[in-house]
Design a binder for this molecule. Structure first.
Ligand code: PGA
Length: 250
């Protein structure tokens, strides 16, 4: 991290219950006043209201958003509705949405745009699969994903949120990118944004996700282009998430 405020986001995925969330929130708020980083907690839609009222020292985030404004879209949730219940952040383009729900780069970009229009801050995810990495396509894949986003919301839109690099092969597998591997990719992503707007690229936070744990967080966050993390599994255990936020604060 160089002069940028760190950002750590929890991605609870499809986990939680009102009661379990309360215990998590209780533990988290015992420590959150000493964090020196931005923190978002991205929970299933149904718990966002609870999070917004109970969270201290962090902001609530959703894990997806509709590309449409309110209307005839059964089961979808509009960006304005998320704002309405006090949500600040939203993850777009997580690989579990790209793979499990067939979201294309175009749809991911449209969701980021919708989020920004409603005043939400998008956590825009990009990442390559193991197959793509092994075929030597990592740079090409990431560069296409990011190009589509830059075309749609520009560097100035992206910097209102954060960019998250999440190698798909590292998500939930216990297999983390090495700090150097992640640093190299983050620097390349920043350089690509820099070709649109050099000053904005320097201000942009690029966070890393994929098996971040209390034991490897510090070393990852020490890299000059890694500005924090998007945390899945380890965010479910409040004390682990607190340890990761502490690592990002120092
Ligand atoms: P993980 O998930 O930390 O469990 O690997 C990260 C993510 O999917 O955002």
């Amino acid at each position: 991290m160089t002069g940028r405020r760190a950002m750590v986001a929890a991605n609870w995925k499809m986990n939680g219950s009102r009661q379990a969330n309360l215990a998590w929130l209780h533990e988290f708020s015992r420590h959150s006043d000493r964090f020196n980083c931005d923190v978002a907690v991205c929970a299933p839609y149904v718990y966002l209201d609870q999070l917004h009222s109970e969270l201290r020292g962090a902001e609530a985030g959703a894990q997806d958003v509709s590309v449409h404004p309110a209307g005839m879209f059964t089961g979808d949730v509009a960006a304005e509705m998320l704002r309405d219940i006090g949500c600040e952040w939203v993850i777009v383009g997580h690989s579990e949405r790209r793979q499990g729900h067939g979201e294309s780069d175009g749809e991911v970009s449209a969701k980021a745009k919708r989020a920004l229009e409603a005043g939400l801050r998008p956590i825009v995810c990009v990442g390559e699969t193991l197959q793509q990495r092994e075929a030597g396509q990592t740079q090409a894949v990431l560069s296409l994903q990011l190009a589509e986003i830059l075309d749609c919301i520009g560097a100035e839109g992206l910097v209102r949120g954060v960019l998250a690099y999440e190698p798909v092969w590292a998500i939930g597998t216990g297999r983390t990118a090495t700090p150097q591997q992640a640093q190299d990719i983050h620097a390349a992503l920043r350089a690509q944004v820099g070709r649109c707007d050099a000053a904005t690229a320097q201000a942009l936070r690029v966070i890393y996700g994929g098996s971040v744990k209390p034991g490897n967080a510090r070393e990852l966050f020490l890299q000059s282009d890694i500005d924090g993390g998007l945390i899945g599994g380890a965010s479910l255990v409040a004390s682990d998430f607190v340890a990761i936020c502490s690592a990002a604060s120092s």
